[in-house]
Design a protein around this ligand. Structure first.
Ligand code: HEC
Length: 116
């Protein structure tokens, strides 16, 4: 298990949850119009708010034990058949959380990650 090292000498004590969440989102694609359009190709009803919310949930639920893996790191087939079922169990996701996280991951899988 890899512990994330906070960059730039940030200390969690003085910063609060917002900064910690920011750090744990590193490596995940930011949702811009481009990413949103890409996600809607398989999920036409997906709103931008829903996608943003799913991204935060993902960072929170799937970035605790290891860095949050970017959706584009694996094919949608690998996510669906292997990682999502196994990791939903490990993260103890509710059915709603799993649905939301699946939309984020499957929507953005297959797109090369952007430069940070
Ligand atoms: C309770 C700890 C825990 C949580 C929470 C967790 N994981 Fe994992 N995850 C692991 C461990 C341990 C491994 C590596 C060993 C293994 O595959 O059994 C792993 C491996 C992975 C891998 C494969 C990495 C590789 O290259 O082999 C992916 C993808 C992944 N997790 C995604 C997720 C997602 C998505 C979530 C949220 C739904 C999540 N994880 C939540 C513990 C966790």
């Amino acid at each position: 298990m890899v512990r994330r090292v906070l960059p730039f000498g940030l200390r969690p004590s003085g910063l609060g949850l917002g900064a910690l969440l920011l750090v744990s989102c590193a490596g995940l694609p930011r949702i811009d119009d481009d990413q949103w359009a890409w996600a809607r190709r398989r999920d036409p009803d997906l709103t931008r708010e829903a996608l943003d919310g799913a991204r935060s949930l993902y960072a929170q639920k799937c970035g605790g034990c290891h860095r949050p893996h970017a959706p584009a790191e694996y094919s949608s087939q690998a996510w669906e058949s292997r990682y999502l079922p196994e990791m939903a169990r490990r993260a103890k996701l509710s059915p709603e959380e799993r649905e939301s996280i699946s939309r984020f991951v499957l929507g953005l899988s297959g797109k090369p990650p952007r430069a940070p």
